[in-house]
Design a protein around this ligand. Structure first.
Ligand code: ADP
Length: 279
């Protein structure tokens, strides 16, 4: 039986540590500002989860809400206001944004020192250069989950399915920094199954339920499923858990694997920004 890589307990311990560090700081609490555009129920529930986690950790949080039709200049002005607000340490824009909002302009508008999602080009560059910077929450959570379970990527083959700037690329950079030999696969990759079978660590973030079946997984592999899709039957990952689990040495459940760590790492990033603001 594969080791189940559960994220909830680890996330709870990270959150508890962040809360006690925040309390020990003195002065004002860390502040997180969330920008929410439109009324997508999934985004609403993610934002609600982030706010609740802030409250529990003794952080303050705010939400700036906009209609779907909002113009980019209005969003950029709000980001500029939050950049200048000394009570705000972290700013994030809940994704997805409507198509008419240029994501790149939004990512560049957030001060790098308040960019708790790690999407600003300066933080992206720092990540690939192996310098200190803010690391995107989900990829950072994946590395924590590996570490907490004694899984060392060093010298091993890692395959990442998906090349988004949120998960695929940054987790590939972190695995590389941890001395793995990394392959990034994507929608144009030929013979994805045989590429994935090379992996000791397989991270999948494609958002296609059932994409990863038993023929994609080498015996003894570690499988990290980041692809969360809402289906009629509930949340589904990319991995066909039933057929893949018996092959693995370790595998994440969906939900309850990587997901809980994303919010824990968001709090950790916000605390780091608060400390930065304090000098
Ligand atoms: P996330 O937000 O989880 O990073 P996105 O939806 O932004 O995910 O990106 C999905 C990623 O999955 C893309 O990089 C895309 O290339 C990859 N992908 C989509 N379909 C496939 C496929 N059939 N095989 C491999 N990769 C895929």
């Amino acid at each position: 039986m594969a080791l189940l890589l559960e994220g909830r307990g680890l996330a709870a311990s990270i959150r508890a540590r962040v809360a006690s560090e925040a309390a020990a700081l003195g002065g004002r609490p860390p502040g997180l500002a969330v920008i929410l555009v439109g009324d997508d129920p999934a985004s609403e529930s993610y934002v609600a989860g982030k706010r609740k986690a802030c409250e529990k950790a003794g952080f303050v949080s705010s939400v700036s809400r906009f209609f779907d039709s909002v113009g980019p200049e209005v969003l950029l002005a709000e980001i500029a206001r939050l950049n200048a607000d000394p009570s705000i340490d972290g700013i994030l824009c809940q994704l997805p944004l409507p198509g008419h909002i240029p994501l790149d302009a939004v990512a560049r508008a957030v001060l790098p020192s308040k960019d708790v999602d790690g999407f600003h080009p300066q933080n992206v560059g720092s990540l690939w250069r192996g310098e200190r910077g803010i690391v995107p929450c989900t990829p950072a959570g994946i590395m924590r989950l590996l570490d907490a379970n004694g899984i060392d990527p060093s010298g091993r083959r890692a395959v990442v399915v998906g090349r988004s700037g949120i998960v695929g690329k940054p987790v590939a950079a972190l695995l590389l920094a941890a001395n793995a030999t990394v392959t990034i696969a994507h929608s144009k990759t030929r013979d994805l199954a045989s590429v994935c079978r090379e992996a000791y660590i397989l991270v999948t973030a494609a958002g296609i339920p059932g994409l990863i079946g038993a023929d994609f997984v080498a015996p003894g592999a570690v499988v990290i499923d980041v692809g969360i899709t809402r289906t009629a039957g509930g949340l589904a990952g990319d991995v066909d858990f039933e057929s893949v689990e018996p092959l693995c040495s370790a595998i994440t459940p969906v939900p309850g694997g990587v997901g809980p760590l994303t919010i824990a790492l968001l709090l950790e990033n916000t605390l780091a920004c608060r400390k930065l603001a304090a000098g």
